[in-house]
Design a binder for this molecule. Structure first.
Ligand code: F6P
Length: 323
């Protein structure tokens, strides 16, 4: 490869900038020209390319968000949009593309590669950790720590007022953030979409907690939980335990912001490097990931469709330790 382009797409995640920096500087190291594309696939379509060198990514390793900006492009979902994107890649002589994002980003990248043959490598950047082929996605560790710190703060007020808090964390259809932040904060129960939950089980947990002498509790709920919305759950609990003083807190987008953790900066640096060297080795239609501390490439098809299993041991542990 002689000229590559790099973009960030989908929901932003802490560490995207660190990955971008690694792509740009690795390209520079191997004498590959590098263009940044603004606002994800929209920038490919609207010819928003900018030449990048080592100094264009100075001081961004610790910055949250993405300096290239991000978007979930509807136009790229159309054949016409992708044709325009390809024409712009041709115009700039791009022969390799690095797409930093989540499963939506990889779905677009896969179609683009299959339609036009342009070499594409993905770098998993999403707080949800819902991508197969990497132990952790970029941004997940930082989001976990943000959620943990926020829940710790909620714990202070829950304890002071003898309250029950239902706290919703992000993760789309995955419960990784909920399970790990819940375990780390001693949540009395953790409700995630991967586990079949029932109101009866939740009530049994509260009864057990009461018997154990608990005077306040935190229930962490994944946003994708199937049992009901966090408000439904709080309402049902109030009906079952009228004496409880219940509050709901939805952590929301604070989980997507902030300076990336050390683990995310290192992961992003390794995967950004891996994406460029992968392109140089002729790899395409794959995602760079880190499994057991080793760089691996997984076909987009698998990365999108398969799922990392929820760790059953962690689930059991959270139940044993919460009482
Ligand atoms: O994929 C990242 C994520 O933050 C999910 O956890 C959440 O479901 C979604 O994006 C929120 O998207 P938006 O930023 O469009 O509200």
């Amino acid at each position: 490869v002689k000229k590559i382009a790099v973009l960030t797409s989908g929901g932003d995640a802490p560490g995207m900038n660190a990955a971008l920096r690694a792509v740009v500087r690795t390209a520079n190291h191997y004498n590959i020209e590098c263009f940044g594309v603004r606002e994800g696939y929209n920038g490919l379509i609207h010819d928003d390319f900018t030449k990048m060198g080592p100094r264009s990514v100075k001081n961004i390793i610790g910055a949250g968000g993405t300096i290239l900006r991000s978007a979930r492009s509807l136009e790229f979902k159309t054949k016409e949009g992708r044709q325009k994107a390809y024409d712009n890649c041709l115009k700039h002589g791009i022969d390799g593309l690095v797409c930093i994002g989540g499963d939506g980003t990889f779905t677009g990248a896969k179609i683009f590669n299959e339609e036009f043959g342009i070499k594409v490598i993905g770098v998993p950047g999403t707080i949800d950790n819902d991508i197969f082929g990497t132990d952790n996605t970029i941004g997940y560790d930082t989001a976990l720590n943000t959620a943990m710190e926020a829940i710790d703060k909620i714990r202070d007020t829950a304890t002071s007022h003898n309250r029950v808090f239902f706290v919703e964390v992000m993760g789309r259809d995955a419960g990784f953030i909920a399970l790990n932040s819940g375990l780390a904060t001693g949540a009395v129960d953790i409700l995630i979409p991967e586990k079949k939950d029932s109101i009866e089980d939740l009530f049994a947990t509260f009864e057990r907690a009461e018997k154990a002498g608990k005077s306040s509790s935190i229930v962490v709920v994944a946003e994708g939980e199937k049992l009901g919305s966090i408000y439904d759950l709080a309402k049902a609990t109030k009906a079952g335990f009228p004496d409880y003083d219940i509050r709901v807190a939805i952590l929301g987008h604070i989980q997507r912001g902030g300076s990336p953790s050390c683990a995310d900066r290192v992961l992003a640096s390794r995967l950004g490097f891996g994406a460029v060297t992968g392109l140089m080795e002729g790899k395409t239609n794959v995602m760079a990931g880190l499994q057991s501390n080793t760089l691996v490439f997984t076909p987009f098809e698998e990365a999108i469709k398969k799922h990392n299993e929820i760790n059953q041991e962690l689930m059991l542990l959270s139940e044993i330790l919460a009482i």
